[in-house]
Design a protein around this ligand. Structure first.
Ligand code: NAD
Length: 486
């Protein structure tokens, strides 16, 4: 009785917008080459847009082929001295960058949110602290590379080209730059078209940290900039995070060359709920698995596999919980689901959701008031999904979850592995032995048990099958940036 009375009171949140007044962005950002911001030689300036308002925020230079050549020359010139630095000296620069990220955390969080659309709560509590943590973590490895790899002599690869997507712009930059620099490489980072700003602030941080010119280059641009970087003579390794289609193109371009390559690609990860799971916790994990960052997460738990005996209960609880998600202004500290990153991504989500309906799945989207301007998509649940439906096979990269069911543990494993991807999975069960058995049978690079979307610099992350190869994070993340001499 008491509980009923208590929960019948409807509480709402007052608006809690984070102030953006302290942000001092420049009107224009050049290419960060040789330790300084420069006008593009053969590229142009393109505005970057706030996806929650469709307003331009700043103009950003795009690098053309001549700029790519200049970037590689500067990086090549910087490499010998950087590689020859004492390990502990290199580490000091990484520690400095980590601390400067912490000092500028509030600014970085707000800029990440206005440039990309993700809720401030996430950029403030996840992206920025984890970016700093990656620099701290790999700073610690810089003088222990032999122990991290088990080799008795290792060498850096040289100049690495790094291409990142728009879903975790600063965090992906940190995932790439921190291990590369710790291992004695110099790096040329290409941020994604729609989210270049925090990488450019990171360039300022490199200046503040007095990193020698040419050690880090930030080269914003579009796919042609990325394609030039991949093919540029003088690049020793490409580290790419993005879609499987582009990953394939890069792999083809580098076939037969000596350029090292790691690929972190797409996913269609299974989140498996067994009947013995703590269902309320599982529902929180499902929500975090698919609605975190509007579902723009490579390892999103977008295929929800529920044991048949608890299907109705889980769906009822999930639907009720989805109704309480707050969708809207990403700068509001109470917002759970922010703006879709771009008009292009919104139309991709809409097309796949329409395909789900056409193929006969049942769609339920949360009814919520969406802002008049900007790119938005209401949290959506699909039931009556068959494993062959496009929404069960293709990466939607939006706040859309497709529910499938299973009867036995063997069927759960078979359905979870029935994907051309293999990035991540979640298992919800009260039984440790079951979790271990299932985890060992899953073809997924990361398996979470009774949690989802938890990241830590000490843990390796990467895929199987069409989700790519190579690992980032942990000691395993050092290996792709080193050559083992003996
Ligand atoms: P995308 O592949 O279109 O773009 C990623 C980056 O590659 C961008 O910087 C883009 O400019 C660049 N690029 C595009 N075409 C290129 C080409 N031909 N040569 C070189 N570079 C090129 O991907 P996206 O739409 O920006 O990001 C979403 C994808 O990224 C999803 O598929 C997602 O799963 C994946 N992703 C994977 C991980 C992971 O760790 N596995 C992490 C985040 C995102």
């Amino acid at each position: 009785m008491t509980t009923e009375t208590r929960t019948s009171i409807v509480w709402d949140y007052a608006p809690a917008p984070e102030s953006a007044d302290h942000i001092r962005l420049k009107d224009r950002y050049g290419l960060f080459i040789d330790g300084d911001f420069k006008d593009p030689a053969d590229g142009g300036y393109v505005p970057t847009i706030n996806p929650a308002t469709e307003e331009p925020i700043a103009e950003v230079a795009y690098g053309g082929p001549v700029d790519v050549t200049a970037a590689v020359q500067s990086a090549r010139a910087a490499h010998p001295r950087w590689a020859a630095l004492k390990d502990l000296e290199r580490a000091k620069y990484l520690f400095r960058i980590a601390r400067l990220i912490q000092e500028r955390a509030r600014e970085l969080a707000v800029v990440e949110t206005i440039d990309g659309g993700k809720p401030l709560r996430e950029s403030r509590d996840v992206d920025v602290p984890l970016a700093a943590a990656h620099f701290f973590y790999y700073a610690g490895w810089a003088d222990k590379l032999r122990y991290g790899t088990g080799a008795s002599e290792v060498r850096p690869l040289g100049v690495v080209g790094q291409i990142v997507p728009w879903n975790f712009p600063l965090l992906m930059a940190a995932w790439k730059l921190a291990p590369a620099l710790a291992c004695g490489n110099v790096a040329i980072l290409k941020p994604a078209e729609t989210t270049p700003l925090t990488a450019l602030l990171l360039a300022e941080i490199c200046q503040e940290a007095e990193l020698p010119p040419g050690v880090v280059t930030i080269l914003p641009g579009d796919e042609s900039t990325g394609a030039s970087l991949v093919r540029a003579p003088g690049i020793d390794k490409i580290a790419f995070t993005g879609s499987t289609a582009v990953g394939r193109d890069i792999q083809a371009a580098l076939a037969g060359t000596n350029t090292h390559l790691t690929l972190e690609l797409g996913g269609k990860s299974a989140n498996i709920v067994f009947e013995d799971a703590a269902l309320d916790q599982a529902v929180e994990g499902i929500v975090n698995g698919i609605f975190f960052n509007q579902g723009h997460v490579c390892c999103a738990g977008s295929r929800l596999l529920i044991q048949e005996s608890v299907r109705d209960e889980v769906i009822a609880k999930l639907w009720q919980r989805m109704g309480r998600l707050r969708v809207g202004d990403p700068l509001d500290k109470n917002t759970d689901v922010g703006a879709i990153n771009s008009a292009e991504q919104l139309s991709r989500i809409e097309a796949l959701v329409a395909a789900g309906e056409d193929e006969g799945a049942t769609r339920r989207s949360v009814e919520c008031e969406l802002p008049a301007r900007g790119y938005w998509f209401a949290p959506t649940l699909f039931t009556d999904v068959s494993p062959a439906h496009r929404i069960a096979v293709e990466e939607i990269f939006g706040p859309v979850v497709s529910v499938l069911t299973f009867r036995t543990q063997a069927e759960a494993i078979e359905k979870a592995n029935n994907s051309r991807y293999g990035l991540a999975a979640g298992i919800w069960t009260d039984k440790g032995s079951k979790a271990f058995q299932v985890a060992s049978a899953l073809k997924a690079g990361v398996v979470w048990q009774n949690t989802y979307n938890h990241f830590d610099p000490t843990a390796a992350f990467g895929g199987y099958k069409e989700s790519g190869f190579g690992r980032e994070g942990g000691p395993a993340g050092l290996r792709p940036y080193l050559q083992v001499v003996r």
